[in-house]
Write a protein that binds this ligand. Structure first.
Ligand code: NAD
Length: 371
């Protein structure tokens, strides 16, 4: 099989030279677009020395049997693929199922990493988790860049500096890493989440869990958060407003899969914050957790810096690429043989992640056996 690597509009690269080397050692071939790994510090020579071939973008698209990318291909590029090509990416069909139509042609098959179930057995392939963890870490560092204050408490000859107060909203993978990072920097950290299971995780990292009573039961939601009642949201909003007012840094990560992110910080709450405080909104691409967030922008409103960025993992480009590639490598173990790709649809990981099969949309038909 010929694996293609594209230079993407992202600082990461989906396939590192190490993974490309593994494909080649198993009898496959690899081609890459010039500069594919450059922003992740894997220059072209690191691919050519292991036997990968440099090609133009058009040639990579046209000749590859398998294309693994960070972001899905643009519509006009899909028509350039060869019949029967296999695409692997994060298509987010749960945000917009119509994206599947773009690939349902020419015998193409598409597999979406973000559809891999969040189970223990699939943990080593969980791209959502590895990237969220990096984002949570980077969110804290980003905040420190803009914050005109120290994070830790310091006793200096000129006087004592109090520790910064950091509030984390949403204690999933990104939130927990943000808590751990802020704690390491010596901040006072509080966090909350609607999922009851998050309390113990937050406390185990040494942060205080902010509890709002009466959350909706989420035991059947596959670990994801569920929509809350109006009564709960009102109580939550009051408590958040009190906490936000006192915080130096707020990091928000709250997501509702397939729906817009919940608004947790109103503009009025931003107005109560001390000038110079910072909000990092990791949910900005799905509408943001703060009412005045602008996606992919750093804005200053009411004296507060608000960073809207859902793609912070890309800024740790080398390590993010390495982890992304490792996740891919673990996932492909389920299907890659020296002869080619072989899909066992009785495996729930393959079944759930396949969204288009041989030119047909199969997203949402999980109980239908693909053949
Ligand atoms: P996510 O990105 O979907 O959401 C981030 C966090 O925001 C979640 O913890 C969610 O509960 C929280 N949230 C949503 N609405 C909120 C609100 N109104 N107020 C406060 N918080 C709110 O979540 P994620 O990080 O992708 O994790 C999703 C789930 O998957 C978690 O339960 C996580 O523990 C689980 N998980 C399991 C595995 C595994 O076992 N392999 C791997 C990764 C994640």
């Amino acid at each position: 099989m010929l694996f293609g690597i594209l230079r993407e509009n992202d600082q990461r690269v989906a396939i590192t030279p190490e993974l490309a080397n593994k494909f080649i050692s198993e009898g496959h071939q690899v081609c890459f677009e010039k500069g594919a790994g450059e922003s992740a510090y894997f220059d072209d020579s690191t691919y050519t020395t292991i036997g990968a071939e440099e090609k133009s973008r058009e040639e990579v698209l046209k000749s590859s049997n398998v294309l693994i990318t960070i972001s899905p291909l643009e519509e006009n590029e899909v028509s350039q693929l060869q019949s029967g090509a296999f695409l692997f990416s994060s298509f987010q069909p749960f945000q917009d199922a119509s994206i599947c139509e773009r690939y349902a042609k020419n015998n193409i098959s598409a597999f979406s990493f973000d559809m891999i179930p969040r189970t223990t057995i699939a943990q080593s392939m969980d791209i959502l988790s590895s990237m969220a963890s990096i984002s949570g870490y980077k969110a804290v560092l980003k905040a420190t860049d803009y914050l005109p204050r120290y994070m830790p408490m310091l006793s200096t000859a000129a006087g004592t500096v109090p520790p910064s107060k950091v509030l984390i909203m949403g204690a999933g993978v990104a939130g927990l890493q943000a808590i751990a990072t802020a704690k390491r920097l010596g901040a006072q950290v509080e966090a909350f989440d609607t999922r009851a299971a998050a309390k113990e995780e937050v406390q185990s990292l040494g942060a205080k869990f902010v509890e709002v009573e009466g959350a909706t039961d989420d035991t059947n939601a596959g670990g994801y958060a569920v929509e809350q009642t109006e009564e709960y949201k009102k109580r939550q909003a009051e408590l958040i407003a009190q906490k936000v007012e006192k915080a130096d840094v707020v990091i928000t990560t709250a997501q509702l899969r397939g729906r817009p992110a919940p608004t947790l910080i109103t503009e009025d709450a931003v107005k109560t914050m001390k000038p110079g405080s910072v909000i990092v909104d990791l949910a900005s691409s799905t509408g943001g957790n703060c009412a005045v967030t602008e996606d992919d922008k750093v804005v200053k409103k009411h004296g507060v810096t608000i960073i809207g960025n859902s793609n912070l993992a890309a800024e740790i480009s080398e390590q993010a690429s390495v982890l992304y590639s490792k996740n891919i490598q673990n996932y492909l173990k389920l299907m890659l043989t020296p002869e080619g790709l072989n899909f066992d649809f009785s495996d729930v990981i393959i079944l759930q992640s396949c969204i288009v099969y041989k030119g047909e949309v199969v997203y949402g038909n999980e109980d239908k056996q693909k053949s």
